[in-house]
Design a protein around this ligand. Structure first.
Ligand SMILES: Cc1ncc(COP(=O)(O)O)c(C=O)c1O
Length: 354
């Protein structure tokens, strides 16, 4: 830390992203990326745009915004396109929460929420998940806080039914409810259909998981036109060219090739079932997941020990060293081959334990 850092930031603990190591080739099951590359049409679209990189991008990401609006049945004014969904979350925290409008989110959820809150000096309340890691919707009913719910939640993979999301949104008409749907494409139920009825609902989405574009950094938010206008105010006061030309072109091409991604999502759901069953067969406790990862606890080996053993053998998974999560590992669902290798390797590790 330099002596110039302001006092307000000196205690900030930044978000720790999942490892992206360069020392060797790993089977990477640690950051919930898609195991499938983008289709050729998406690669070609980004490459074509590379020839125009001397020019700034369209600050309104007009074509992509219009395509997203069409895809999700909303008006273009109800969509904001961002540099990953982290950015739309960051804009939303700045726009809709402050000391007078504190935040509420789960104790076990996406690790960026408390980081953004601390960065923007927004007080927050962490709401403990139930013993089985499910969310108790009653914890958020009528709280008069800005609520953030990842649905499906990460790293648990559990889902709150849409009816419960609606109950929360309806009970907080004077506060924004942010529903982070980074993982909704793997069998979850989206809250987008609620948008015509609730001006306080913001749904955030990403191209990083189901659309194989984590490296492009592309996310978006959908909400009432008034909410989205507020987010554009923050965007244009931060980084008006927030989505680069290659990424915007890749996003448009991805929407044109939706069938490819939908197929991949179904394959990932099948592989998730195989991974869940396989781990349960090896004695793990694994809650049913609605995302492209599972959260698994062995009764025979500690979470950190398993993480380290797998890493030593070339497989990366994610371990969170916190009291309620340290016995678990979050394992991204890979290809059928990757799942088989993971299960085989875990079996070997467990056999060596005895
Ligand atoms: C729940 C959740 N929300 C948002 C994000 C951010 O994704 P991105 O910024 O890549 O769109 C992640 C990333 O892992 C996540 O797990």
């Amino acid at each position: 830390m330099s002596r110039f850092l302001t006092q307000g930031l000196s205690a900030l603990e930044p978000y720790t992203p999942g490892e992206q190591p360069r020392d060797r080739r790993y089977i990477k099951l640690n950051t919930n990326e898609s195991p499938f590359p983008p289709p050729q049409a998406v690669i070609d679209a980004a490459a074509r745009e590379a020839g125009q990189l001397q020019l700034y991008s369209d600050p309104a990401s007009t074509e992509l915004t219009e395509r997203l609006a069409k895809t999700y049945g909303v008006r273009p004014g109800q969509v904001i396109v961002t540099n990953g969904s982290d950015e739309v979350l960051s804009f939303a925290f700045q726009a809709f929460a402050d000391a007078a409008h504190p935040l509420a989110f789960a104790d076990i959820t996406y690790g960026f929420y408390p980081v953004f809150a601390a960065l923007y000096r927004i007080p927050w309340r962490t709401v403990p998940l139930k013993e089985d890691f499910s969310i108790d919707p009653d914890d958020y009913i009528g709280t008069r806080e800005t609520v953030v719910i990842a649905n499906p939640n990460a790293p648990t993979g559990l889902c709150l039914p849409l009816g419960e999301i609606e109950r929360i949104v309806a009970s907080n008409p004077d506060r924004v409810v942010i529903v982070d749907e980074a993982y909704v494409d793997f069998g979850g139920e989206s809250a987008v259909g609620l948008l015509p009825r609730y001006e306080n609902l913001l749904v955030t989405r990403t191209f990083s998981k189901s659309r194989s574009l984590a490296g492009a950094r592309l996310g978006f938010g959908m909400g009432s036109e008034a909410l989205i206008a507020d987010l554009h105010t923050v965007r244009c006061s931060t980084n008006p060219y927030n989505v680069n030309r290659m990424t915007a072109a890749a996003g448009v091409a991805a929407l044109e090739n939706d069938a490819y991604f939908t197929r991949n999502c179904r394959v990932i759901e099948q592989n998730r079932d195989a991974l869940t069953q396989g781990l349960r067969g090896l004695g793990f406790a694994v809650p049913d997941s609605w995302a492209n990862f599972v959260f698994a606890r062995s009764r025979r080996i500690g979470g950190r020990e398993l993480y380290l053993e797998l890493k030593r053998r070339g497989i990366l998974v994610r371990h969170f060293e916190a009291p309620r999560t340290r016995d678990y590992n979050r394992i991204t669902v890979g290809t059928a081959e990757q799942v088989a290798t993971l299960l085989q390797t875990v079996k070997q590790i467990l056999e060596e334990q005895v």
